[in-house]
Design a protein around this ligand. Structure first.
Ligand SMILES: [Ca+2]
Ligand SMILES: [Ca+2]
Ligand SMILES: [Ca+2]
Length: 174
């Protein structure tokens, strides 16, 4: 993030055109350290701490002063937007979901809806659901509802009460 100020004096004409930058209103963190610093001669603003957290604060305002060699100064406000990185995995809203279906349930019927949250934004918060285990007979499939971050589990094959799907059990042939 850089700020530039213009001095209309001829830049080659001595000290009146030499600008010095200074932050006059900084942002402090919870232990009272300044978050930003500025290069006095170039006006480039740097983050002092290693990283900013968009989930905590996504926008900062910093007031900068530019002063010429003759002592005249002007101020400007720099808006610093923190862009998102994907540092939050999706989290299911429940650890365990339970449902019951009757064996006459038609194929393609909805069995169960699961949902998740994601602390990021944009693409980094798009959640896709898939079945990764426990369905050896492939009786189910899941459709992702991206708008609501929901996974809709549906029936792919008829279930038979007299021949229930094995739960996740050791494969007898394995
Ligand atoms: Ca973060
Ligand atoms: Ca994420
Ligand atoms: Ca993030």
């Amino acid at each position: 993030m850089e700020m530039r100020a213009m001095d209309l004096d001829d830049p080659n004409e001595g000290k009146n055109a030499m600008l010095t930058y200074n932050i006059i209103k900084n942002v402090r963190n919870e232990i009272n350290l300044n978050l930003f610093s500025i290069n006095a001669s170039t006006g480039t603003i740097y983050t002092v701490l290693r990283s900013l957290d968009r989930e905590a604060e996504e926008r900062y305002l910093v007031v900068v002063e530019a002063r010429d060699g003759g002592g005249l100064a002007g101020t400007g406000t720099a808006t610093i937007m923190v862009s998102d990185v994907n540092d939050h995995p999706p989290v299911f809203t429940q650890r365990l979901y339970t449902t019951q279906v009757t064996e006459d349930l038609e194929v393609n019927s909805e069995v169960l809806v699961v949902s998740a949250t994601d602390g990021d934004e944009g693409e980094n918060a798009v959640v896709t659901f898939s079945i990764v285990g426990g369905d050896e007979d492939r009786k189910f499939f899941v459709e992702t509802d991206k708008v609501n971050r929901r996974g809709v589990i549906k029936l792919k094959k008829k279930v038979d009460f007299e021949k229930p799907q094995r739960d996740v059990q050791p494969d007898p042939e394995g």
